[in-house]
Design a protein around this ligand. Sequence first.
Ligand code: DOR
Length: 439
Amino acid sequence: MSSPQSLLIRRARMILPDGEWLEGDVLTRDRQIVAVAPEISPPTPVTTIDAEGLTLLPGVIDPQVHFREPGLEHKEDLFTASCACAKGGVTSFLEMPNTRPLTTTQQALDDKLQRAANKCVVNYGFFIGATSENLPDLLLAQPTPGIKIFMGSMHGQLLIDQEATLEPIFGHGDRLIAVHAEDQGRINQRRQEFAGIHDPAIHSQIQDNQAALLATKLALKLSQKYHRRLHILHMSTAEEADLLRQEKPDWVTAEVTPQHLLLNTSAYETIGTLAQMNPPLRSPHDNEVLWQALRDGVINFIATDHAPHTLAEKAQEYPNTPSGMPGVETSLALMLTAAMAGRCTVAQVANWMSTAVAKGYGIPHKGAIAPGYDADLVLVDLNTYRPVQREELLTKCRWSPFEGCNLTGWAVTTIVGGQIVYDKGQVNTQVRGEALTFV
Ligand code: DOR
């Protein structure tokens, strides 16, 4: 393992916590940023990065990923996924409990943390999954960013689709609850109505806007009843955004994925089942309302919901195909390309993909370029465009719904805890991230 040392990043254009831009230098030592100034005299010994012409952002914190280890490593594992993160400028991730075994006990959480310590090149945190029977685990498990509840679109023990079963979870304890909000009752009913249809586009009609709205309404109701910290995962519909705009208590946050902003149901025509995910892709109108909600602060941050499945699995006939798409390698470039096209600012992207996530999940010392913060950083190139190419992807599933899209803002260098973990196409596989803490 390479030991952290002093790193001097010179002549970068960077965004500061007050929203101002600085053209200057950043010095790191022992995993932390120690100085930010127009010009810093290099100490010795020091590794210097000449960042002229590049933009320095706080490393991306991806707050919703499915990395498949343990149990589903044929799709992805913590090493391949974390290498993909490094390439995408993602320096920390929060991973979901639908692995095998499910992450529903302290033992399963400890196992994931141990695996990650051994093989993750970026920082990591793991959710604990709610079942109808593990309230004591939900109250005590640590460290964890929060409790994940699948209100719909999941089978087996992790599905909690009855209000009576949700009540005690919302009513006990005070840690954050993150919900996958889709109403399973409505999905089941519509699945029967549309049975026998193999066009994957039907997926967006089966798991429709109403299914998402019903579940989000219920989660909000329970959160208000118990004054419980709630996070709505991958919000996908205009209706949910309108609801939150009207009544969002200040203890509720929401996220959206790049694919729910940038893709819609027309993607089924071009990429078929590769466009299938939960919650499903929606209409161009939903795209626009979600963008506006994000810009207005109704939606707080961006998550990828990186959910890799193999191409063979995706090649089956709908509805036998699994839902989900990979995302950690493309999310930052997608959002920065949108910024360069005038849909938002680069400063907003840094906030939605790092600063606001650290704040929302209470992750100390992350999400800003300032002395005292952890040296988790990404240098991006906003001057050139390059297409998403399958051969270049590091995710084990080796595909992207954005293949062929010409993007700018690709990570040139990614730094985790003051160590260069990715530089110009190469991952330094000796680097190890750290377990995230949550306050
Ligand atoms: O499409 C999805 N796939 N949505 C989820 O929430 C779960 C994920 C998976 O794990 O495959």
